[in-house]
Write a protein that binds this ligand. Structure first.
Ligand code: SR1
Ligand code: MG
Length: 409
C-alpha cells in the first residue's frame, strides 16, 4: 500500500485531525522541521508555542538516496510493535511511544532533539557514561519479556508469527551476510584494502559467515530491534549532567528506529552494538584520541554484556517455565555471547565493504580511513573466526586491543 506522504506544510493539519494527540501538542501553533537523515523515513519534529514537541515518523516507500529501491512501508507496523514491547518490558529505554497510524504507516514518538545520536557523540570523541549498560538492559528486558522466558509457547508462537518482517530481514540478509563476501555492485572500498576485502571471499571465512546467516534466518527466540547500531541510539546531549549510579534505566541511552524488528536471535542486537563499538574504536585509534576515551571505548562491549547478563539473571526467577533450569541459562548465555561476537564481526565488515557506510570511517581523511578500515576488517575477521574461543568480554577486549595496536598503525 502507498500512503499519502506528509510534508512540512501538511503535518499541522494532520495533527489537528488526531484528537488523541491533543494533550501533547497544539497543532494551531506548531512549527515543523523534517530531520530524517537515515536511509528510509520522513522524520518530522513538531514544536508548539508552549515548547511542547513530538516526532512524527512516516515510512517512505523507497530508500531515500535511491528511489528506485522500493521498501515496504509495512515496516511502520514493525516499528510500532517494537515500541509496544519496549513500553511494556523496557520502559524508559526508548523514546516514549504515542501510537501508530496504520493507514498512514507512521508512528508518533517522544521528541529527543535535545539528545544526541550516539554515533555522532562517539565520532566527536565524547564519553557517554552508562550508555552501554542501558543498552544491555534494553536488550535483556525485551528479550526476556518476548521470549520463551516471558511467554508461554502458544503466545510466543503467535507473537513470532505476527512479527514477521521479511522485506527488512532480506535487507540484512543481503547487506550483512551475503554481499560483502562476494562481488556485488553495492560494495566499494579504498584500493589500499583490496587484499583485505578479497580475503573475505575465502571459503574458510564464508563457512563461518554462513553459520551466522543461518542463525539469523532460522532463530526466532525473541522480538529483536534488528538494527541496533550506534546510529539507532540516543545519548544525553553534551551539556547534560552525567547520569548518577541511581539514575533510572534509560537515563544514559535510549534505542530508537525499531523498524527492522522481528523474532530473531537475541545475539544479533548485542552483536550490532559490538560491531559498531569496534568501528568507533578504529576511528579513535587512528585519530589518536585521548587514552581515557579509548579505554572507555575498549570497555563498552564488557559494559553492555555485563549489564545484559546481570539483567537476565535478575529476571530469571520470574520466568514462566521453571523447566528452563539455572544451568540452561548459563549455557544460553554462553551461546549468546559467542554468537554476539560473530554477529559483531559481520556488522563491522558490512559497514566497511558494503552499502550504507558510516561516518565513523567515511569522514576520516584517506590515510586514516584506510588504516581504520584495514584494522576493522582484520579485527572483525578474527571475531568471526574465533567467536567460540573467546570466553568472555576480557578475551574479546584483549584480542581487539592487540589487533588494533598492530593494524591501525
Ligand atoms: C536500505 S537500508 C540500509 C541500512 O540502513 C539501515 O540502518 C540498516 O542498517 C540497513 O542495512
Ligand atoms: Mg535506522
Amino acid at each position: 500500500m502507498t500512503a499519502e506522504l506528509l510534508t512540512i506544510e501538511t503535518v499541522p493539519g494532520y495533527l489537528a485531525g488526531r484528537p488523541d494527540l491533543a494533550g501533547l501538542i497544539d497543532p494551531a501553533t506548531a512549527t515543523v522541521r523534517e530531520v530524517g537523515d537515515g536511509n528510509l523515513n520522513l522524520v518530522f519534529v513538531v514544536r508548539d508555542a508552549q515548547a511542547r514537541s513530538l516526532v512524527v515518523k512516516q515510512a517512505l516507500p523507497y530508500v531515500r538516496s535511491d528511489h528506485s529501491w522500493a521498501i515496504t512501508e509495512d515496516r511502520a507496523l514493525s516499528e510500532a510493535r517494537g515500541y509496544e514491547a519496549a513500553t511494556r518490558f523496557a520502559p524508559g529505554l526508548t523514546p516514549r511511544y504515542h501510537g501508530l497510524d496504520a493507514p498512514r504507516r507512521l508512528v508518533v514518538i517522544e521528541d529527543l532533539s535535545a539528545w544526541t545520536v550516539w554515533r555522532t557523540a562517539l565520532d566527536a570523541g565524547r564519553i557517554s557514561p552508562g550508555a552501554g549498560a542501558d543498552l544491555g538492559r534494553y536488550v535483556a528486558r525485551v528479550a526476556f519479556g518476548t521470549s520463551a522466558f516471558g511467554r508461554r509457547p502458544p503466545e510466543l508462537r503467535a507473537a513470532a508469527a505476527e512479527a514477521l518482517n521479511p522485506e527488512l530481514c532480506r535487507i540484512t540478509e543481503d547487506l550483512v551476510f551475503t554481499e560483502p563476501y562476494v562481488e556485488h555492485e553495492h560494495n566499494s572500498w579504498d584500493e589500499e584494502i583490496t587484499g583485505d576485502v578479497l580475503g573475505l571471499r575465502e571459503d574458510a571465512l564464508r563457512d563461518r559467515v554462513a553459520e551466522l546467516k543461518y542463525a539469523f534466518v532460522t532463530t526466532a527466540e525473541s522480538l529483536v530491534h534488528g538494527d541496533l547500531h550506534t546510529g539507532s541510539v540516543f545519548v544525553p546531549g553534551p551539556d547534560a549532567p552525567a547520569p548518577g549510579p541511581d539514575a533510572p534505566a534509560g537515563s544514559a541511552a535510549k534505542a530508537f528506529d525499531l523498524e527492522f524488528g522481528f523474532y530473531g536471535p537475541v545475539a544479533f542486537d548485542l552483536g550490532a552494538l559490538f560491531g559498531n563499538y569496534l568501528l568507533a574504536q578504529a576511528r579513535a585509534a587512528v585519530l589518536d584520541r585521548p587514552q581515557e576515551f579509548r579505554d572507555w571505548l575498549a570497555g563498552l562491549a564488557a559494559e553492555t554484556w555485563g549489564s545484559f547478563a546481570a539483567e537476565l539473571r535478575r529476571l530469571w526467577p520470574t520466568r514462566v517455565d521453571a523447566a528452563y533450569t539455572d544451568a540452561f541459562l548459563e549455557g544460553w548465555l554462553a551461546r549468546t555471547w559467542a554468537d554476539a561476537v560473530g554477529f559483531g564481526g559481520a556488522k563491522a565488515v558490512r559497514r566497511i565493504v558494503g552499502w550504507a557506510k558510516v561516518p565513523d570511517i567515511q569522514t576520516l581523511d584517506r590515510p586514516e580511513r584506510v588504516r581504520a578500515a584495514h584494522a576493522t576488517l582484520v579485527t572483525a575477521r578474527r571475531w568471526i573466526e574465533s567467536r567460540r574461543d573467546l570466553a568472555g568480554p576480557a578475551d574479546l577486549a584483549e584480542l581487539t586491543a592487540a589487533t588494533l595496536k598492530e593494524e591501525a598503525r
